[in-house]
Design a protein around this ligand. Structure first.
Ligand code: NAD
Length: 354
């Protein structure tokens, strides 16, 4: 069990570090100042839940170090991933007289990371930005890989870009203030990483047995997830091939989320149902090793994640998935497990799901 680990992301246009360190927010100003120096301005974007919990702490540290700092607060929630919030961020940055050499810091969950990253990617044609993810989902998934976006009435994440941060600073201690539901939401993605690439991680999660158990090994667990995502992103930054494996359970999961208008289930809950479903199907078709699905279901259940498809018309879910399918041609790429820790990408028509 260790307290800190660092991963380097090496991409053709940029290399940067993911620093996973317990209590790293206590020395946040020191870390960013040693990287950027003191003569830059910093804009810290957070949401209404995070300002008092963590962002103000960061702002105070920077100000005490003599650095010009601005705090920008966005209302908490998915509906803030919008053009309206973008404009609010831009208004703040302009009134603060930010220049292209200054720095934007995103402190929050995936909503703040995606929104702020997109703002950073287009403000003055791109300014430096730092990710400080504060949900488990953001620490293992959304802050890594450079996908940034906002939602539009036509759909989620449809306006965005690929824009890598200068660094990702992960303090696992902040997870202590997450609700159990939000923690489980992130664990669903952690279990996904174990399923697709890392039997050791999966076994570690089985051994942890609870949120408390996970927190005891949290640095190593986050490191394992980030390492898998880093490797996949390094091989396929723009999502044309291997990056698809991160979508295990997501095709059906997205269908469920959308069908219930993103209100009834969290992303992680929908993905949990999607993983259980697709795993069972692959096992029934002889693709996955026998027993794989029961093991996944048992682990998901430890974190109160749903594993049975909800009460809904299956045809409607298929219709929802088919809408995406039309955009991509006749076939969908399904991510299937051969066994826990090893997956394959298989092209199939939608009918294959029935
Ligand atoms: N860019 C990517 O690659 C990628 C990948 C997966 C998901 N996403 C996006 O991520 C978003 C979901 O992210 P999320 O689940 O982190 O949601 P979120 O950002 O809305 O955070 C969930 C809730 O937790 C609160 N919160 C955050 N950190 C907290 C903490 N430490 N203590 C207490 N409360 C805290 C937030 O204020 C919010 O109310 C979606 O918009 C999704 O599209 C992006």
């Amino acid at each position: 069990m260790c307290n800190s680990r660092v991963l380097e992301v090496k991409l053709p246009d940029k290399s940067y570090n993911i620093i996973i360190k317990k209590n790293s927010l206590d020395t946040f100003a020191e870390q960013v100042i040693s990287y950027y120096g003191k003569d830059k301005k910093f804009a810290v974007v957070s949401d209404s839940n995070i300002t008092d919990l963590y962002a103000n702490k960061i702002i105070n540290q920077l100000e005490q170090a003599g650095v010009k700092t601005l705090g920008i607060e966005i209302p908490a929630g998915e509906s803030s991933k919008s053009f309206e919030s973008l404009q609010k961020i831009f208004d703040g940055l302009f009134s603060f007289k930010m220049t292209r050499t200054d720095v934007i810091i995103a402190v929050g969950g995936g909503v703040i990371g995606d929104l702020t990253g997109f703002a950073a990617s287009v403000f003055l044609r791109g300014v430096s930005f730092v990710q400080v993810p504060t949900t488990l989902l953001a620490q293992v998934d959304s802050s890594i890989g450079g996908k940034v976006a906002v939602n539009v009435p036509q759909g989620k994440n449809l306006i965005g870009s690929f824009f890598q941060p200068d660094m990702v600073l992960i303090d696992p201690e902040v997870l202590k203030t997450l609700s159990d539901r939000s923690f489980s939401d992130g664990i669903s993605e952690v279990i996904k990483y174990g399923c697709i690439r890392d039997l050791n991680l999966f076994e570690k999660l089985e051994a942890c047995g609870s949120r408390q158990g996970v927190m005891e090994s949290i640095v190593d667990i986050i490191y394992s997830c980030c390492a898998i995502k880093r490797d996949v992103v390094q091989n396929d930054e723009r999502d044309h091939g291997e990056r698809m494996i991160l979508n295990f359970g997501h095709t059906v999961g997205h269908g469920i989320e959308k069908y219930f208008k993103y209100e009834k289930y969290t992303h992680g809950e929908a993905v949990a149902m999607g993983m259980a479903f697709i795993s069972r199907l692959a096992e029934d078709k002889g693709i996955s090793q026998k027993g794989t699905t029961d093991r996944i279901i048992k682990l998901l259940s430890v974190y109160n994640l749903p594993v049975e498809l909800p009460d809904m018309r299956w045809e409607d879910i298929l219709d929802t998935i088919a809408l995406d399918k039309k955009k991509k041609g006749d076939y969908l790429n399904f991510i299937l497990l051969k066994r826990i820790g090893e997956c394959v990408i298989q092209k199939e028509s939608l009918e294959w799901l029935k």
